[in-house]
Write a protein that binds this ligand. Structure first.
Ligand SMILES: C[S@@+](CC[C@H](N)C(=O)[O-])C[C@H]1O[C@@H](n2cnc3c(N)ncnc32)[C@H](O)[C@@H]1O
Length: 209
């Protein structure tokens, strides 16, 4: 893991959740796509770059029992765990790992749903993007789903002081390859905690074989 990145994100997570530019009190858009998967409650759901997202609480409230949260920031995962512990039926596995140079996530198998909100767009180098998509190919099960919500082509150019690569649905389809079929996509402009507009593209793909 690159220590600088871990430090960068830990420094960001020193702030209260409500001060984070990407924080959402209700992960409504992501849940629209999760609901479209019609998963069993014990499906393996991996939220990559989860940070301190409220999505994990929502998934637990919906009765999902096999949830894995990953991040490169140990502080984010600690804060997430501390908050989630307060919910009933607490059940969460946390994996500290770098998505672009994985040593632990790549040991997983048969992930039924991969969820990424606002993470892929930080990977600017081709080899980082390749590692990210190779990891999906390696660990997502046959008929499994890949949900990616990322800044759209008219989205912001920076987040958390870092430059971004923005996407449209064709770029995501090309990176995933023909084995993944697009199930749903929509645009959504997130209004961040400071009132700024952040246009995203939401996509849901399903693996065919
Ligand atoms: C903009 S935040 C989004 C957090 C969360 N997905 C949400 O929607 O609230 C980006 C997250 O990606 C994590 N991250 C950045 N680079 C990463 C990497 N290489 N591997 C794993 N996580 C990473 C950061 O620590 C941060 O939590």
């Amino acid at each position: 893991m690159i220590p600088n990145l871990n430090e960068h994100w830990n420094a960001a997570y020193n702030a209260e959740d409500e001060q984070l530019g990407w924080f959402e009190t209700n992960p409504l858009q992501t849940m629209k796509l999760v609901n479209a998967c019609h998963l069993k409650k014990d499906a393996a759901i991996l939220n990559v770059g989860a940070g301190t997202t409220t999505l994990i609480n929502t998934l637990i409230e919906k009765g999902f029992t096999n949830i894995i949260a990953n991040d490169i920031s140990d502080l984010a995962l600690k804060k997430l765990k501390d908050r989630v512990k307060k919910s009933d039926n607490y059940n969460l596995t946390c994996i500290l790992d770098d998505l672009t140079n994985s040593t632990k996530l790549n040991q997983l198998q048969n992930i039924d749903l991969w969820i990424d909100r606002a993470v892929l767009h930080f990977f600017l180098k081709e080899d980082e993007q390749k590692s990210y998509f190779n990891l999906i190919q390696k660990i997502v099960s046959k008929n499994g789903y890949v949900l990616i919500a990322v800044f759209s082509l008219d989205g912001a150019q920076k987040c958390c002081g870092l430059d971004l690569k923005r996407y449209n649905v064709e770029m995501l389809q090309n990176s995933l390859g023909s084995d993944f079929k697009l199930i749903k996509t929509f645009n959504h402009t997130f209004i961040n905690p400071f009132g700024g507009e952040r246009p995203y593209i939401y996509t849901l793909f399903q693996r065919q074989s």
